[in-house]
Design a protein around this ligand. Structure first.
Ligand code: PMP
Length: 364
């Protein structure tokens, strides 16, 4: 039968999620699996967010109208913005998809760094965009000069991700600022800051200053720093007319009430704990980076909660990841990003990281 789908669907690739603990447990008949493949935070959600989730169940029969407003207000406050500068989505992924629907017309050119988070490409293609890939530089930072050279009068939007996924590499805030200014008002810049809470203070662009640029859209999520990946809460920050248009086309109430309750509690009551966990994760990241270096990996300096590293000579990502999986460790292979000699490893709990190291020593 002919499905008669939107014609761009043919050019989209299915999203390949990492393996889950349950699937690997079953596939290999293991009794222990450690998942370090999806950049999740093993410590969250924190105490008050969890309590708020339980509270939400008492009112889950109602649409979450008030909670939308409340979370938006809290987000605006903590970011020194007005409520008209913030809108919510069901995870950053849903926000990214809505932004693509908002901005992209068929035939528009869209710049996407290579490598970067793959969803930008898929949602842009679906809307009929022509993708221009701009490879990162040899130190894995963005090649802003090359981006500028690739801008044509058809360029509608540039997807930026800072820190970038899968590399964890951060771009200098002044360089981003200069780039945004130099691009001018004809091109939208969408800056995905899913991992920005892991950046050290001071290296992070000031959002208020940033949003003076009327063609900038910033996207964040509660999935990583707040450890709420399963709760599906993300948000967009932009100038008021953009937010108003976003809210017009977004699905009403696409964020669930449990996520909204939890996100608000996380922002208002769990900050201290979230920052303590961040310290721990960054320390573990450095410990893991050293341990990988000692094992012959080339570790790319990360500003996030994951590590992108080149395997020792002669080893390949798909092979190593498969072997590790059979031993109960899930990390992300990088073939889909055209980095077959690299792996992406999420920083987990100490015992999880140690488990990975011990299994690595069996396969490398
Ligand atoms: N952006 C980036 C760069 C990501 O890595 C991810 C998740 N892997 C997302 C967005 C989507 O996050 P969310 O769980 O909020 O949909």
């Amino acid at each position: 039968i002919s499905l008669n789908l939107r014609k761009q669907v043919d050019d989209c690739r299915p999203y390949i999620a990492g393996e889950t603990e349950a699937s690997v447990l079953k596939k290999y008949g293991l009794d222990k699996v450690v998942k370090l493949g999806s950049n999740e935070n093993p410590f969250g959600p924190y105490e008050n967010a969890k309590r708020a989730m339980k509270e939400s169940l008492k009112v889950i029969n109602r649409y979450p109208e008030d909670d939308y407003v409340e979370l938006t207000e809290v987000l605006a406050k903590v970011n020194n913005l007005d409520v008209t500068n913030v809108a919510l989505g069901s995870g950053a992924g849903n926000v990214i998809e809505t932004v693509a629907r908002l901005l992209i017309d068929e035939g528009d050119e869209v710049l996407v760094a290579k490598p970067t988070y793959r969803l930008y490409r898929e949602v842009s293609i679906l809307m009929g965009a022509v993708i221009k890939n701009v490879p990162v530089k040899s130190d894995f930072t963005y090649d802003f000069e090359a981006m500028k050279e690739n801008i044509s009068d058809k360029t509608k939007l540039i997807w930026l991700c800072n820190p970038n996924n899968p590399t964890g590499v951060i771009n200098d805030r002044r360089e981003i600022e200069r780039f945004i200014e130099s691009v001018g008002d004809d091109v939208w810049i969408v800056l995905d800051e899913a991992y920005a809470d892991f950046i050290n203070e001071g290296q992070r662009p000031e959002i208020v200053e940033f949003l003076k640029n009327k063609k900038l859209i910033v996207i964040r999520t509660f999935s990583k720093f707040y450890g709420m990946a399963g709760a599906r809460v993300g948000y967009i920050m932009a100038q008021a007319p953009v937010i108003s248009a976003f809210d017009t086309i977004t699905e009403p109430f696409c964020v669930n009430r449990t996520g909204l309750f939890a996100a608000k509690a996380a922002l208002l009551e769990d900050q201290a704990q979230a920052y303590r966990v961040k310290e721990f994760i960054l320390n573990e990241r450095e410990r893991m980076s050293r341990a990988l270096n000692e094992r012959g990996f080339t570790v790319i300096p990360s500003s996030s909660n994951f590590i992108f590293a080149k395997l020792p000579d002669g080893f390949y990502s798909a092979e190593i990841c498969e072997q590790l999986m059979a031993k109960g460790v899930i990390i992300r292979e990088c073939d889909a990003w055209d980095y077959p000699e690299y792996v992406r490893i999420t920083v987990g709990k100490k015992e999880e990281n140690d488990f990975l190291l011990s299994k690595l020593d069996e396969v490398i």
